[in-house]
Design a protein around this ligand. Structure first.
Ligand code: ATP
Ligand code: MG
Length: 243
């Protein structure tokens, strides 16, 4: 898997040398195509295994009492989400552009996140401030939605019991600035540099691709994403997208 430092070096080589640019472009295409193909080939039988196990569970409820049954179901679920995340990571750089109202998109994400917290009877207090006047935005609607959801999901996962999450979005000069602030566990200083690396996770069931996908998508839009944390107090992720 390419690290951010490798990607920066590759971009520099591509800028400096036309032949290197052509070869690297071709290699990257092959690399993305191979990952897509492998993910696709694994997904089909995995989906079959998953469906068969679910049918078995319905037809023979006693299987739930077998030792390791629940663990097996969890492992299958984890493999499915890993494949999805891997596919998202692999496709993060290719955008499908459209012109849309980013203000409305952020508002919709905020509403569905609030509803999901309600449905879970969560003790987390969620609020948002989406300041009108953002104008039209050209970008990949679905992928940007994914970025905000990833940040909100991480914020939720960082909170045990009671806590607060605040989502703020506004236009500042020629940028849309989105801020996601939570009162969760925070990120220790020694790992904050690593959280955007693919497969870096401190969660038992985390794939560690959420933030690397988010950074890939934001960078593909010409923007930036950064994290600030005061462990034990708060964590703030800031996404800046040029209009
Ligand atoms: N809001 C947050 N508060 C505290 N730690 C965070 C926060 N957001 C991210 N992190 C840290 O960064 C790590 C990487 O996050 P990332 O979203 O990439 O992967 P993940 O959440 O572990 O797994 P998944 O791929 O399922 O999202 C997390 O495991 C966690 O340690
Ligand atoms: Mg995550």
């Amino acid at each position: 898997m390419l690290r951010n430092i490798d990607i920066n070096m590759m971009n520099r080589l591509m800028e400096e040398n036309e032949d290197a640019k052509n070869i690297i472009t071709q290699l990257l295409k092959n690399y993305h195509a191979s990952v897509s193909m492998i993910a696709h080939e694994i997904r089909n039988p995995l989906t079959l295994v998953s469906s068969s196990l679910q049918v078995m569970e319905v037809q023979h409820p006693e299987v739930k009492t077998f030792s390791n049954w629940n663990q097996t179901m969890d492992d299958i679920q984890f493999m499915c989400s890993l494949l999805n995340d891997l596919t998202n990571y692999n496709n993060g750089h290719s955008l499908h552009y459209s012109v849309f109202q980013i203000e409305r998109l952020i508002r919709n994400v905020a509403v569905s996140f609030a509803l999901s917290l309600d449905a879970e009877n969560s003790e987390i207090e969620f609020s948002s401030q989406i300041i009108p006047g953002m104008s039209d935005f050209t970008g990949d609607k679905i992928k940007l939605e994914q970025v905000i959801l990833n940040l909100l999901r991480n914020a939720k996962e960082a909170i045990t019991g009671r806590g607060t999450i605040f989502l703020k979005a506004e236009r500042i000069d020629d940028n849309i600035v989105i801020e996601c602030r939570d009162s969760g566990c925070g990120i220790p200083e020694d790992i904050i540099e690593k959280i955007f690396e693919p497969f870096f996770s401190q969660k038992e069931n985390g794939t560690g691709l959420g933030l690397s996908v988010a950074r890939q998508i934001v960078t593909a839009h010409g923007g930036t994403i950064s994290a600030y944390s005061s462990p034990g107090s708060e964590t703030v992720f800031t996404v800046t997208l040029p209009v």
